[in-house]
Design a binder for this molecule. Structure first.
Ligand code: HEC
Length: 177
């Protein structure tokens, strides 16, 4: 009886040890991938869910600056929306001022509104060095008004149209070089 209890205890402790080691391994995974993209761990993975967590959680975009010279709800063109507001993170702001192209980890976020000022969609460009060198290393994402992911990744539709501005780092809103 005593032996049996000892046996069960030792099996249990092995299971706990293996479980803890596995959990630690899983936790370590994400930062390792982030480092693979040459990012610091404060930046999200080029992935719709992780980016959403960053822009509405850790670093709420509403606190960022707007694109220099552009205010809230300015008139947009097809296909994005009647009224637009563009927010940029600090790295993007510095890049726009330096005029040397957009730096790694720049994020440009555009709110797309209907003519009656209802938020219809949010489109984002996120620069991640090494992510897609053939098309400016931009990660593209489109969310609906509730931040459900509609499109993400190397979206051919986005790249196809923005590609006509490849000499301006795929950006239409203003000259960045
Ligand atoms: C048919 C062309 C076209 C397509 C497709 C398109 N865009 Fe755009 N995009 C534009 C234009 C033009 C602007 C400039 C804003 C304006 O005047 O509407 C723009 C602006 C933007 C901006 C602001 C920064 C910039 O480049 O000026 C973001 C971010 C953006 N688009 C993301 C996306 C994403 C994400 C997709 C795909 C889901 C996409 N766009 C698809 C034409 C396009």
């Amino acid at each position: 009886m005593k032996n049996k209890t000892a046996f069960i205890c030792s099996i249990l402790s092995v299971l706990i040890f293996v479980g803890a080691a596995y959990a630690r391994h899983e936790l370590m995974k994400v930062p390792a991938q982030r480092l693979a993209f040459g990012q610091n761990t404060a930046m999200p993975m080029p992935q719709g869910g992780d980016l959403r967590q960053h822009i509405i959680g850790q670093e709420p975009y509403k606190k960022w600056s707007m694109w220099p010279g552009k205010g809230e709800l300015y008139k947009g063109t097809e296909p994005h929306g009647a009224l637009l507001t563009v927010y940029i993170n600090d790295i993007a702001m510095k890049s726009i001022k330096d005029k040397k192209g957009m730096g790694n980890n720049s994020i440009i976020l555009k709110e797309n509104y209907t003519p009656d000022k209802k938020l219809a969609a949010v489109t984002v460009m996120y620069k991640v060095e090494g992510y897609n060198p053939e098309a400016g290393d931009w990660f593209w994402a489109k969310y609906d008004a509730d931040f459900n992911i509609q499109k993400e990744g190397k979206v051919s539709g986005c790249i196809g149209c923005h590609g006509s501005a490849s000499d301006n780092d795929y950006i239409f809103t203003g000259k960045i070089k």
